[in-house]
Design a protein around this ligand. Sequence first.
Ligand code: ATP
Ligand code: MG
Ligand code: MG
Length: 383
Amino acid sequence: MEKTVGVLGGGQLGRMLAEAANRLNVQVNFLDAAGSSAKQITNHDGHVEGSFKDSEAIQKLAAKSDVVTVEIEHVNTEFLEEISEMTDVQPSWKTVRTIQDKYLQKEHLKKFDVETAQSIPLAAPTKDELAKAAKTLGLPLMLKSRREAYDGKGNFPVKSEADFDAALQALGANKDLYAEKWSDFKMELAVMVVKTKDEVLSFPTVETIHENSICKLTYSPARGVSREINEKAQALARKAVDCFWGKGVFGVEMFLQKDDTLLINEIAPRPHNSGHYTIEACPLSQYDAHLRAILDLPISQKNLRLREPSIMLNILGGETPDSHIQAAKKALELFGGEGVHLYGKGQARKGRKMGHVTITAPTMAEAEKTIQPLVDFMDQGKA
Ligand code: ATP
Ligand code: MG
Ligand code: MG
């Protein structure tokens, strides 16, 4: 392929993007530290060493790449805007700028009549401001950082007024905060959406299980979800992504509430943890789809279908530096290591995403039976 892709960041999402790109002879240049996850599996001289927070390094990457994309939304969008004069940036810097501030993201969705949790920005991180928001939203509520949030870092559940101090302390006095109405959801769903130059397509609906605000498991198809709700989730996810600019895959997280209404929780303008299962379970993976979308290569809805029910389990860092290796070995022992992915991140830190496993089977019940001993093994390691 004649076009070269540049990526801000070179972690596990970049690494899996490179795996898809390698099969198509697409060169992907990563801007990150030497030896990062993505660089380990891509041997060419197009990489840039440095930080994706550094303007000069981004300029260098842009000069070498026909299309620049991101594997993380917490980037400086002024720099992205600058390079968009000389190279194609996908999705648009406007999309990244709107999405990276969770409150602005929600305001934007509201303008397009996309249902999201009611949100109120705090003019200052004070008890008075929080009390004002609580008066409108009720308690409990979720206090959130507007920017730089991931894996639940940046969220604090506020159950009563007694939590106000702890919440404000935990989220840092200097951060911009907003309060979000509590969603008493029965389930969390997610859909990977693909925005091409002229269409909005979607992968199947996934059920996500979070533990301590970190994604632990995904099930596709979502268990016990009716055809009607599934279609509603698909339509809502597509409608949400349709109101952003540019091309690429987007991860759309949703709450299915007790009354069967759906709300958008948040959107990621990039490949997403809830889409890892697509590597084994769909004809094209979310990474294949991202590349095809940003490079204007052919892609159709039928390439995004589910071939078999699947479960994805995240391998998080545990009590010991090699707990992720132990988990991978256990998967080899239990079921021959089908669907094991390790990210090459070196030593584990507790809760850090070190790898994942995807199981597929003719029925969801079989997939559940296969993965359960590994879930138990990893739960024991946490004790
Ligand atoms: P990610 O790693 O997905 O980017 P994040 O740090 O951006 O996570 P959120 O997606 O905002 O965090 O929230 C993490 C989890 O916290 C959600 O998946 C959900 O389980 C819970 N949560 C978030 N907002 C609410 C809410 N308004 N009401 C109830 N629970 C919520
Ligand atoms: Mg997030
Ligand atoms: Mg989230």
